[in-house]
Write a protein that binds this ligand. Structure first.
Ligand code: ATP
Length: 453
């Protein structure tokens, strides 16, 4: 990679904020340490240090769209502000190449006393456009924002949705080389969001680099080439969007403790004996982890858990066809799963999720939600269990991924023992009968109307 390829380069950036118990402490902090340093004395600190970012490093390539995810307070907005130059890092370096447009805090770029129109000119000027250039783009900006007569009202009279519409319209219509969007799109309604993502797609095609902070993780999988997960001020994970989002969801909904990453078993240790399998009662392996040797296994699965149980094997069939290359829309699919409890697990929960290849969850359930019988009697240390899931693949054609997970509850907390995200790939064959993701089994009646009635 040549050094010119990056749009944003963040090298070992840390940011420390000071919080003060009393306003006078803030004043003392701004004077006394300097004096002490000047006099060569020991430096006193009057504030409490809080590190919002620690040793964050990554590059965004030209034309790349990168999502940043993380829990509240993990440092996302601080990082974006540092990249935009509105905050200085305490240590580390930032370099950017190209004109940056940014949609940070809601309406932060607007003067509330000025009208929308005046703010468009102000914002355009800040982004380096001349009056003529803004004149040329004004109709496109107003058309995109679509806020009608409000364009001539003071911005203080806008709803937050209107403010974000106008702000996005300005930033996205100036053809930036780098666009930074902080969660702002979540404020707009669904139609506006779709319009924004279409605009982001066009910008991307034209080579704009986009950095997107959002809590909507599916947007990250759908729109971003890569993602960065911040947790407790540090980069927890960086890589392709799907595994990063999976890890983020685990931090959000799973146990906070860093899980043991479980790797697929060593192929040499797997049983390779040829076996006769009957779809009705397939031979599942309950001794060795042969999951990753099965047809349809996705080697890019994301797997983790505390190892209390292991999902060892699966068998998928449709109308007697074992591990079919594709299933017909609406066909019944039978998925059998073999589990070993490595230690005592009380009331284990087996989860099942079906997602599109873009990461959109189509369906999810688990043995608890389904009120499965017999779950209370399984889970003894060293014992095994077999689950049989049946579902009608009422889906549109395309690629789908199944995630399986074995967990249990400790009070309010869910404890994941073996989660195998996106571990099974299956394909629904093209169907002329429907468009879209799922088959709603719509019925339709059309009758001729006698005009004389
Ligand atoms: N000016 C400041 N002074 C002191 N602490 C601050 C300041 N700005 C941010 N922080 C703290 O830094 C941490 C990171 O804040 P930041 O807004 O970057 O998080 P975030 O990941 O964007 O959160 P959210 O998802 O809630 O928007 C938080 O704990 C916040 O309280």
């Amino acid at each position: 990679m040549s050094s010119d390829d990056f749009a944003i380069s963040v090298q070992d950036v840390s940011k420390c904020f000071y919080t003060y118990e009393k306003p006078s402490d803030r004043l003392k902090q701004s004077i006394v340490p300097r004096l002490q340093r000047f006099l060569g004395d020991k430096v006193t600190s009057y504030g409490k240090e809080f590190w919002a970012l620690r040793n964050v490093s990554f590059d965004v390539q030209k034309g790349e769209t990168v999502g940043i995810v993380g829990r509240n307070g993990s440092g996302k907005s601080t990082l974006l502000q540092i990249i935009c130059g509105t905050l200085m890092p305490t240590t580390g370096q930032i370099a950017t190449q190209g004109r940056i447009a940014a949609l940070l805090e809601l309406g932060s770029g607007f003067n509330p006393e000025f009208s929308g129109r005046e703010n468009v000119y102000l914002n355009g000027a800040v982004l380096g456009l001349s009056k003529d250039e803004i004149d040329d783009r004004f109709d496109a900006i107003a058309g995109f924002a679509d806020i009608g007569e409000f364009i001539d009202q003071p911005v203080k009279a806008y709803s937050s949705g209107m403010a974000v519409r106008l702000a996005f319209a300005v930033q996205a219509q100036v053809d930036p080389e780098i666009l930074i969007v902080d969660e702002a799109l979540s404020v707009g309604d669904a139609r506006f969001q779709a319009k924004c993502f279409e605009r982001l797609r066009q910008l991307k095609e034209n080579g704009t680099s986009i950095l997107l902070v959002t809590h909507a993780s599916e947007q990250v999988v759908t729109h971003c080439n890569r993602a960065i997960l911040l947790d407790r001020s540090r980069v927890e994970m960086i890589g392709s969007s799907r595994p990063v989002v999976n890890r983020y969801l685990d931090i959000l909904f799973g146990r906070e403790k860093r899980p043991e990453a479980l790797s697929p078993p060593d192929a040499d240790t797997l049983s390779t004996e040829a076996r006769e399998l009957s779809p009705a009662d397939p031979v599942l392996d309950f001794n060795t982890d042969v999951f990753s040797t099965r047809i349809g296994y996705n080697p890019h699965e994301y797997r983790w858990g505390d190892g209390g149980a292991t999902i060892l094997d699966y068998h998928l069939s449709a109308n007697g066809r074992e591990f079919p290359n594709s299933v017909e829309s609406g066909e019944e699919v039978v998925l059998q799963v073999a589990v070993r409890f490595n230690r005592m697990i009380v009331n284990p929960i087996l989860g099942f999720t079906l997602k599109t290849k873009e990461g959109v969850t189509v369906y999810g359930t688990n043995s608890f939600m389904l009120e499965c019988d017999g779950v209370q009697s399984i889970g003894a240390a060293g014992s095994h269990a077999k689950a049989c899931l049946r579902f009608a693949a009422r889906l549109g054609s395309g690629d789908f991924f199944i995630s399986l997970g074995l967990a249990s509850r400790e009070g309010e907390e869910i404890v994941p023992h073996d989660r195998r995200y996106d571990s099974l790939h299956f394909v629904v064959a093209p169907t002329p009968k429907l468009l879209g993701l799922i088959d709603l089994a719509v019925s339709m009646e059309i009758d001729q109307v006698n005009e004389n009635v």
